[in-house]
Design a protein around this ligand. Structure first.
Ligand code: AMP
Length: 298
C-alpha cells in the first residue's frame, strides 16, 4: 500500500491506472477505523481493480462546539488495517492540502435534504460533507465510491449530489455493521465509558422494536416516536435527541409509513453523540381481491 499526503502524488499514480483502463474504487473515511469501515473496503476490493481509501477529519463538517479536535486519530493502526485488507493507496491529506487558503470560496449547498434530520442539529454538516466529497472524488478520479447505511442521510445526500451535478461516480451503499449486541460500529464508540457502552445497544433495540411494530401494521410515525422514546427513557445513560422517519431515497420527513422509509435517531451518552437507523418496510396490505373477499363475507 502506498500512502500519499498530496493530491499531486496520488494523481500521478491514479492517472496512469486510469489510462491502463483500470477501475478505481474509493472509500472516504475520517479514520479511527473499525470493522464497519472494513466492510466498505472489502466491497470496494471485490468490485474494482484499484482501491483508494482517504482518511481526512474534515473541519468543514464540524460545528464550533463539536469534537473536531478530540476526534480519535490513529494513523499507524489504520494503515495496518488497510494494508491487511488489500488497499492499494491511502490518501491522508493535511488540512492545508485540502484547504490551502484556510477557507474555500466555493461550497456545495444541498438544500432541504440537508436541513432535516441530522441537519437540524448540525447546521452546515451536509454542506461540509458534500463539498469535501466532491473534492475527494475529483482528486481520486473515482469510478465507484462506497458509503455506509450507518449514515443513511449522508448516503442519500451523496446520491442526490451525484445526480444533481451529473457526477460520473457510481455511489454504492453498504449495510450497517453491528457489534454482536446490536450496537452499530462507530469510531465514536471509543469515547464511551463502560457503563455507557453497556447501555448503548438499547438504541438499536428500540429501533428494532419500531421496525417490528411497522411490520405488524403500525403506520404512525408519532406512535413509533413514542415507542422509541419510552424504551430509551428506561435507560438513564442515554438521552434521545431525536427520532424521525424519512423517505428512504429522498429523505423527505414522513408522518406515516406507507413506503420504504428510514427511522433515524441521535442520542447522547454523556458528551458522546451516537446515531443509528433502520429501514422500515410498511406491512403489506392484503391484495385488493382478498379485501373484496372479506367484504363479501361480512
Ligand atoms: P466515517 O469515518 O465515520 O466518516 O465513516 C466513513 C464511512 O464508513 C461512511 O460511509 C460511513 O457510513 C461508513 N461506516 C461507518 N460506520 C459504519 C458501520 N458500522 N457499518 C457500515 N459502514 C459504516
Amino acid at each position: 500500500m502506498q500512502t500519499h499526503t498530496s493530491a499531486g502524488s496520488l494523481a500521478v499514480v491514479l492517472t496512469a491506472e486510469r489510462r491502463a483502463g483500470r477501475r478505481i474504487g474509493f472509500v472516504p473515511t475520517m479514520g479511527a477505523l473499525h470493522e464497519g469501515h472494513l466492510t466498505l473496503v472489502r466491497r470496494a476490493r471485490a468490485d474494482n481493480d484499484v482501491v483508494v481509501v482517504s482518511i481526512f477529519v474534515n473541519p468543514l463538517q464540524f460545528g464550533p462546539t463539536e469534537d473536531f479536535e478530540r476526534y480519535p486519530r490513529d494513523l499507524a493502526a489504520d494503515a495496518r488495517l488497510l494494508a491487511g485488507a488489500g488497499v492499494d493507496h491511502l490518501f491522508t491529506p493535511p488540512v492545508a492540502e485540502m484547504y490551502p487558503e484556510g477557507a474555500l470560496a466555493t461550497r456545495i449547498e444541498v438544500g432541504r435534504i440537508g436541513e432535516v434530520g441530522e441537519g437540524r442539529y448540525r447546521p452546515g454538516f451536509f454542506s461540509g460533507v458534500a463539498t469535501v466529497c466532491v473534492k475527494l472524488f475529483n482528486i481520486v478520479g473515482v469510478d465507484r465510491a462506497y458509503f455506509g447505511q450507518k449514515d443513511a442521510q449522508q448516503l442519500a445526500v451523496i446520491r442526490r449530489l451525484a445526480a444533481d451535478l451529473n457526477l460520473t461516480v457510481t455511489i454504492v451503499g453498504c449495510p450497517t455493521l453491528r457489534e454482536p449486541d446490536g450496537l452499530a460500529a462507530s469510531s465514536r464508540n471509543a469515547y464511551l465509558t463502560p457503563q455507557q457502552r453497556a447501555a448503548a445497544p438499547a438504541l438499536a433495540g428500540a429501533l428494532r422494536a419500531a421496525q417490528d411494530a411497522v411490520a405488524s401494521g403500525e403506520g404512525s410515525v408519532a406512535a413509533l416516536r413514542a415507542l422509541v422514546s419510552d424504551r430509551l427513557a428506561a435507560e438513564p445513560q442515554l438521552a434521545l435527541q431525536y427520532v424521525d422517519a424519512f423517505d428512504a431515497s429522498t429523505f423527505a420527513p414522513l408522518e406515516r409509513i406507507e413506503r420504504p422509509a428510514v427511522l433515524a435517531l441521535a442520542a447522547f451518552a454523556g458528551e458522546t453523540r451516537l446515531i443509528d437507523n433502520v429501514t422500515l418496510q410498511p406491512a403489506t396490505l392484503p391484495a385488493s381481491g382478498d379485501r373484496q373477499g372479506i367484504m363479501v363475507t361480512l
